[in-house]
Write a protein that binds this ligand. Structure first.
Ligand code: 5GP
Length: 369
């Protein structure tokens, strides 16, 4: 057994120090980024857009979300559960916005590989991004899969994850991945830390993996743990090229899912004839669950396999209508961060950032959390 002595940090452990800046207004901030990918050999456009991604989770990574976000210049990783015909219909029918802003997601079983091969062959070059997504990106089998996919498809951009350390980020990039997805345990509906004791504080994971990836000309996604626009800004400030969101994008029309209406007594009363009645408020919710939760396993695989435990939970999130307002709010927050930090472009935010530690990490140690 070995213990690492230095403290690792989460988003809540730091704040961004404001700096004197020449920026007039937040509307002058440029959020679009352009990337050239390390291993991609296609002759299509390299990436250009606002590098925020919807996660491949139920209620988030849907076709409707992909189209809505593509319109706003953002990116979506589709859920794995669409069948081959649905995916072919989606990619083949789309304009270049789908090609440039949407990823096909896959696991690493033989069936997964066969399904991808089928869709790839039948979408006629319209499929540019593939997200190879497993809970634990540390297995040899995973790197082997990435190598096999890279050899077979030089003309796709490969996103691979999840990992949380520099050496594994490097291994995946050297195996053929272009973008490494970083995060084990920080997700809003993830219970891996509780169920297994495994994880890594997300801000430090992003800092360390970004450093390793950038040294090789690769890119990373900070995946999971963002609870507000400020966390997304901190992820970019820490060096993330992309930020992936689940919970922050859940609860919208584009995610599908039934709306559940609940009634709450507000604690107030009002006169009703000779009596008084409780004031009741109506609130709307949508179910949201982790992709390895019991709910997801029941929906997609007919239940949890005997040897597996659930590493996700099921919650209800407030229903929030259309995605556009949420995105506007989110982007407004990030623009404002850039103004405070003196970064005219999102690209420069990381270079302009000084993080101050808030002492939260010590409170956690002393509280025994
Ligand atoms: P959020 O933005 O909600 O904090 O995190 C989203 C990320 O949580 C996803 O992109 C994915 O990496 C991770 N995630 C989704 N479902 C599960 C799950 O059931 N278990 C675990 N451990 N992680 C999950």
């Amino acid at each position: 057994m070995r213990i690492e002595d230095d403290y690792k940090l989460d988003y809540t452990d730091v704040l961004i120090r404001p700096k004197r800046s020449t920026l007039g207004s937040r509307k002058d901030v440029e959020l679009e980024r352009e990337f050239r990918f390390r291993n991609y050999r296609g002759n299509g456009e390299h990436y250009r857009g606002i590098p925020i991604m919807a996660s491949n989770m139920d209620g988030v990574g849907t076709f409707a979300m992909a189209d809505a976000l593509a319109r706003l210049g953002l990116f979506t990783c589709l859920v794995k559960s669409y069948d081959a015909d649905e995916l072919i219909g989606f990619f083949a029918a789309g304009d270049s916005a789908r090609r440039e802003n949407v990823a096909y997601s896959t696991g690493i079983t033989e069936q997964d590989y066969a399904k991808f091969g089928d869709v790839y062959a039948r979408t006629g070059g319209q499929l540019k991004y593939v997200c190879v997504d497993v809970a634990n990106g540390y297995s040899e089998r995973f790197s082997e899969f990435i190598k096999q996919l890279r050899e077979a498809c030089p003309e796709v951009v490969i996103i691979a994850g999840n990992v949380v350390t520099g050496e594994m980020t490097e291994e995946l990039i050297l195996s053929g991945a272009d973008i490494v997805k970083v995060g084990i345990g920080p997700g809003s509906v993830c219970t891996t830390r509780i169920q297994t004791g495994v994880g890594f504080p997300q801000l430090s994971a992003v800092i360390e993996c970004a450093d390793s990836a950038h040294g090789l000309g690769g890119h990373i996604i900070a995946d999971g743990g963002c609870t507000c626009a400020g966390d997304v800004a901190k992820a970019f400030a820490a060096g993330a090229d992309f930020v992936m969101l689940g919970g922050l994008l859940a609860g919208h029309d584009e995610g599908g899912g039934d709306i559940i209406t609940r009634h709450f007594k507000t604690g107030e009363v009002r006169p009703l004839g000779d009596a008084w009645e409780d004031v009741v408020e109506e609130r709307k919710y949508v179910n949201f669950y982790g992709m390895s939760s019991k709910a997801a396993n029941e929906k997609h695989f007919g239940g949890l396999k005997e040897y597996r435990s659930s590493e996700g939970r099921e919650i209800q999130v407030p229903y929030r209508g259309r995605i556009d307002d949420t995105i506007q709010d989110l982007l407004g927050g990030i623009r404002s961060t850039c103004t405070y930090a003196g970064a005219k472009k999102l690209k420069w935010l990381s270079k302009c950032t000084t993080f101050v530690k808030t002492g939260e990490q010590f409170n956690k140690v002393f509280d025994g959390h």
